[in-house]
Design a protein around this ligand. Structure first.
Ligand SMILES: *Cc1c(COP(=O)(O)O)cnc(C)c1O
Length: 459
């Protein structure tokens, strides 16, 4: 039995959610052309589409919203954000922006241009997009253990530092514009990166004089994993661990919609390079607005200042990551495979394992996502061949290495009972898995098809 760490909060305000009948859900998903992105959120019972911007703010954050200072310049909320961010990251300079990709838009072109490459443990999709928009190329360099969904490794998000050094020599140090460490490694399933690994990457970067950027969306969840799994950190505070992590980088870009538990916001941090900070400011003003608000309202900045701190609370993180571990434990008991060990913000169900009779070109992970909706009104999404799309050269369906159905868990939103509903739904699906059919696409756009394409079940 996996322990459930009870919520370290009580509930003052509730948001009703609707439970449709199974017949209604069958109708709704058909009308949505079997695309979960086309469902109305009102027709979803438990929404696990993403953990981004979907968290619940605290009473303190809502109070902060009321006292947020909307002054164009010299705002008190901006000052509070500077104090809060410095306390956690230890950097000299910070720039708020409207979300993570805005931070990338401001920062990436400073370091990257045509002919350069960025090397990362794994680029998140918007990060990759901004590397490419700057004219550069993005290279992923995660350890090979990340691709093994079964065997245990405490830090599957790690950079393959041996390969990193080879890549630097291959491309020439002068052509590597930056090294990006994504914590936790989102695309590898929210897998953490160890302190030792970050330190090693930083040493290699120093040796070749390449700047290091942390993609910091899940800074607190990564620090929690270091505390729990890495030798020498058990007695350190989450904030001390975070400070050490960031000490090995020069700059960070952050989506505050994740660990900072706000619905919209982002942040850039510059360790101590005054010239770099001036460039960041100069690029922020035309894109995002004046330095003291960066595309956000003063109230959002106030909520970010508070959320950054709340995200580092140990009891909260134990409950938060505990939810994933609880889900994983229940799946183990039920014999349902997932990427193991679970990461910090999501459980990636192994649809290939559950539905071996559905081939990749009939989208097993999408079939499972649809079935979860029909069974219990749970919205998840495909991270597999359906999302991969077609080879741009041949037009043929690419076979993804994995067929994952992702259950991303919003912060402070769902309770243990909701998690039990998810497990019961999966057990019921497992019982009748042989009857599940694959899907075919009847219409698709040229790029990013998973958001809008239309599907039908194969008879
Ligand atoms: C969400 C995310 C981003 C992009 O942030 P947005 O706020 O969605 O623009 C970048 N990197 C990582 C690792 C993320 O998880």
């Amino acid at each position: 039995m996996t322990k459930y760490y009870a919520e370290p909060f009580k509930i003052k305000m509730v948001e009703p959610i609707k439970i449709l009948t199974k017949e209604e859900r069958i109708e709704k998903i058909k009308n949505a052309n079997y695309n979960v992105f086309s469902l109305d959120s009102d027709d979803v019972y438990i929404d696990l589409l993403t953990d981004s911007g979907t968290g619940a703010m605290s009473a303190n954050q809502w109070a902060g919203i009321m006292v947020g200072d909307e002054a164009y310049s010299g705002s008190r909320s901006y000052k509070n954000l500077m104090i809060s961010a410095k306390d956690i990251f230890g950097y000299e300079y910070f720039q708020p922006v409207h979300q993570g990709r805005a931070a990338e838009k401001v920062v990436m072109p400073i370091f990257l241009k045509e002919g350069k490459v960025a090397i990362s443990n794994m680029h998140f999709d918007t990060t990759r997009a901004h590397v490419e928009l700057a004219g550069a190329r993005a290279i992923d360099c995660v350890i090979k253990e990340a691709l093994d969904t079964v065997n245990y490794h405490p830090f599957k998000g790690n950079m393959d530092n041996e390969r990193l050094e080879k890549l630097i020599q291959e491309y020439g140090a002068e052509n590597v514009g930056m090294i990006i460490i994504t914590v936790t490694n989102n695309s590898a399933g929210g897998q953490p990166v160890s302190m030792e690994n970050i330190k090693q990457t930083s040493e290699i970067a120093k040796k070749y004089d390449i700047p290091v950027c942390i993609d910091a969306a899940r800074y607190a969840e990564n620090a929690y994993f270091i505390k729990m799994r890495e030798e020498g950190f058990a007695d350190k505070s989450i904030k001390d661990i975070a400070k050490e992590m960031f000490s090995y980088a020069d700059v960070f870009t952050m989506s505050a919609k994740k660990d900072a538990i706000i619905n919209m916001g982002g942040l850039i941090g510059v360790k101590n390079d005054k010239d770099l900070y001036e460039t960041v400011k100069a690029r922020t003003i035309p894109y995002e607005g004046f330095v003291s608000y960066g595309g956000l309202s003063g109230r959002d900045i106030e909520a970010m200042a508070i959320g950054l701190q709340e995200g580092t609370d140990f009891d909260y993180l134990q409950y938060r990551i505990g939810q994933m571990e609880y889900l994983a434990g229940k799946l183990d008991e039920a014999g349902i495979a997932y990427q193991s060990p679970v990461g910090g913000h999501a459980v990636f169900l192994d649809a290939k394992h559950l539905l071996p009779h559905i081939p990749y070109y009939e989208f097993p992970a999408q079939a499972l996502a649809i079935e979860l909706y029909i069974e219990a009104g749970i919205r998840s999404c495909d991270i597999g061949s359906y999302m991969m799309g077609n080879d741009p050269d041949t037009g043929e369906q690419i076979e993804s290495e994995f067929e994952f159905t992702r259950l991303a868990v919003p912060r402070r939103v769902y309770t243990q009972s909701h998690l039990d509903v998810i497990v019961e739904a999966l057990k019921a699906i497992k019982e009748r898995r042989d009857s599940l059919k694959g899907y075919r696409i009847t219409w698709e756009p040229k790029v990013l098809r998973h958001f809008t394409s239309k599907l039908e079940p194969i008879k």
